[in-house]
Design a protein around this ligand. Structure first.
Ligand code: HEM
Length: 390
């Protein structure tokens, strides 16, 4: 199976159902397999024992990379842009443009947008006593808020979400390429509309801040922004809800007011971050770290989940935010205040309306979607005592 262009050129590859055949012992570890998604934490432990910090992996069919599972080595790579640049040669620097535009997002307006979208979603299921919180809440809420932030029209927002879902569900390269073309065409329409009538949204600002860029590069930047903003955020919301409905300590702590939603989000960012294997870096020249040889330009991925749980650095985490969930160094996520605001607000609104959420199925029946970068639930069914609408 080939690898679609968008998927290779954009590091925010969607999680997907493309399960793979079991590996043989001499093959790299297949991070995109269903087998890996079922229990990645056991795999990280075993791989660390077998390989040390650097693990040979495959991130999609035929695409090899090195996965870094040691915290200190990861930090060294993430903070050394000279030796480990974030983009293959020739892609140019996009980070500053993103960071400048994202720094100007009005967080008060964003909070209002979250509420405006969350309330009708909650009202749709609060009286029924059951919901599937990924599909009924985390996804539509995140997508709605991101559409507003980016300034997508309802039509383009719907088209972008449909195309991304098709990309995520694609079983073969042809379907994925078709979905990718739809996404590109949608953002081309958006860009044309913004050129006619710019507004105060993120896409207009991106356009404004880089007047020399051609449409193709702007569309690539909008695509990265859209993918970066959506799936990790809804997975953070869903994975935190899973923790809250699984860990009795957290449930009780939240209900008793001893723990806050912020504590639960931080716990997930440490133990099971939504971007689990990400931050691709491309060694400028062949590199040797310790006894490991890293070939020139072959992607090095950071195992953010594995590094956060590296026994060499985990100890008492009270008040400690040293996890790598947002990356680290000059390329770390430029949207931390935005992403945390969306997640905190979404969770607080839901828990205020429905404090007694319970998982509807045993933890063993909760499924995870395969896909190297994302730690993505397949669904999160819950039950609760029916509540009055907000
Ligand atoms: C829980 C949600 C999120 C998590 C865990 C997360 C995490 C990350 C990580 C690990 C990176 C890669 C950094 C690197 O390569 O070193 C990244 C990059 C990025 N993130 Fe986030 N992010 C989240 C939400 C968002 C949101 C809501 C936005 C936008 C509104 C956003 C925009 C971006 C962009 C544009 C980049 C790429 C920057 C570049 O190309 O240099 N992220 N994010």
């Amino acid at each position: 199976m080939g690898v679609p262009r968008l998927i290779t050129s954009c590091s925010f590859m969607p999680s997907g159902p493309r399960a793979a055949a079991p590996r043989r012992d001499d093959e790299p570890v297949r991070l995109h397999s269903a087998e890996f998604a079922a229990d990645p934490h056991r795999a990280y432990r075993e791989l660390r024992e077998k390989y040390g910090s650097f693990v040979p992996v495959e991130i999609s069919d035929g695409v090899r990379a090195t996965l870094v599972v040691g915290y200190r080595d990861a930090l060294q790579i993430l903070t050394d842009e000279a030796r480990f640049p974030a983009e293959p040669a020739g892609h140019g620097d996009r980070h500053t443009a993103y960071a400048d535009c994202l720094a100007r997002v009005d967080l008060f307006a964003l909070r209002r947008a979250v509420e405006q979208i969350a309330v009708p979603l909650i009202n749709r299921f609060c009286r029924t006593g059951e919901a599937e919180l990924l599909g009924d809440y985390a996804i539509p809420l995140t997508v709605g808020v991101v559409d507003i932030m980016l300034g997508l029209s309802p039509l383009d927002g719907e088209a972008a979400h449909t195309a991304t879902s098709q990309l995520r569900d694609a079983q073969d390269a042809t379907t994925a390429e078709r979905a990718e073309r739809r996404l590109t065409a949608t953002f081309a329409d958006t860009l044309a509309a913004k050129r006619e009538q710019p507004e105060g949204d993120l896409i207009s600002r991106l356009m404004d801040s880089s007047p020399d860029l051609d449409d193709a590069e702007l569309i690539r930047r909008i695509t990265t922004l859209y993918l970066a903003a959506t799936e990790p955020t809804w997975n953070l919301i869903a994975n935190t809800l899973l923790l809250m409905t699984t860990d009795d300590g957290f449930r009780g702590g939240l209900l008793g007011g001893v723990l806050t939603v912020r504590d639960a989000v931080e716990e997930v960012l440490f133990t099971d971050p939504p971007l689990a294997n990400h931050c691709p870096r491309y060694p400028r020249q062949p590199q040797i770290i310790g006894e490991t040889f890293l070939p020139e330009q072959q992607p090095v991925l950071i195992g953010l989940a594995a590094c956060n749980n590296d026994p060499a650095v985990t100890g008492d985490r009270t008040g400690n935010r040293s996890h790598l969930a947002w990356g680290a160094g000059p390329r770390a996520c430029p949207a931390v205040p935005v992403a945390t605001m969306i997640a905190h607000e979404a969770l607080e609104l839901l828990l205020d309306a429905i404090p007694e959420l319970r998982r509807a199925v045993p933890i063993e029946e909760i499924g995870w979607r395969p896909g190297a970068p994302h730690r993505a639930l397949a669904a999160l069914p819950v039950t609760f005592p029916p509540c009055a609408p907000l």
